[in-house]
Design a protein around this ligand. Structure first.
Ligand code: AR6
Length: 185
């Protein structure tokens, strides 16, 4: 199928990962929160929130499924891409499409901003309650499809080198690993 080597999974804290872009599972206010959002703002410092405020002033936050980009502050990444995952309401509120949109729109922003390595957390699988098995399948398939279908040549002429799923918990790690192994079948 695709180039599965470009998609990898590790178990780690995403704030410790080296990547051009780190994706944040934010909320539509962009004003920070708990979980991975809290960890990124704490580790990256106030510059991230400062830029988020400017985005809010300009466009009034970020809708579910969409993404915005800021500095990474003190983190080693070049950018933080903030995306807003869907809250799980049982599956009949377009949660799957919205989650897929998070991955697509984040990747699109990363490409436009010349990022060759991009790290994702398991969006929506914490406080937002998206079933982890469903979320893992959507995450892996959306990324794989993006890397296959879209024109992923960066403005510099380079290509995306690596998309890394950074799982905080063992369950997500195992689920993503399983979905990735299916791509090789
Ligand atoms: N590195 C990587 N993954 C992490 C980290 C970390 N440091 N910390 C938590 N996770 P959540 P959501 C994992 O709740 O479900 C926030 O308050 C965690 O184990 O962070 O999209 C926002 O402001 C889980 O698998 O995000 C929103 O209000 C995954 O990250 C709301 O939570 C996502 O869990 C968004 O909820």
């Amino acid at each position: 199928m695709l180039t599965p080597a470009k998609i990898q999974v590790i178990r780690s804290d995403i704030t410790k990962v080296k990547a051009d872009a780190i994706v944040n599972a934010a909320n539509s206010s962009l004003m920070g929160g708990g979980g991975v959002d809290g960890a990124i703002h704490r580790a990256g410092g106030p510059a991230i929130l400062e830029e988020c405020r400017k985005i809010v002033a300009r466009q009034g936050g970020c809708k579910t499924g969409e993404a915005v980009i800021t500095t990474a502050g003190n983190l080693s990444a070049k950018f933080i891409i903030h995306t807003v995952g869907p809250v799980w309401y049982g599956g009949n509120k377009n949660e799957a499409e919205k989650l897929s949109g998070c991955y697509k729109n984040s990747l699109q922003l990363a490409v436009e901003n010349n990022c060759t390595t991009i790290a994702f957390p398991n969006i929506s699988t914490g406080v937002y309650g998206f079933p982890k098995n469903k979320a893992a399948s959507i995450a892996v398939h959306t990324v794989a499809e993006f890397l296959q279908k879209e024109d992923i040549t960066l403005p510099t002429g380079r290509q995306v080198q690596k998309v890394l799923f950074v799982c905080f918990d063992e369950e997500n790690f195992k689920l993503i690993e399983k979905e990735l192994s299916k791509l090789l079948d």
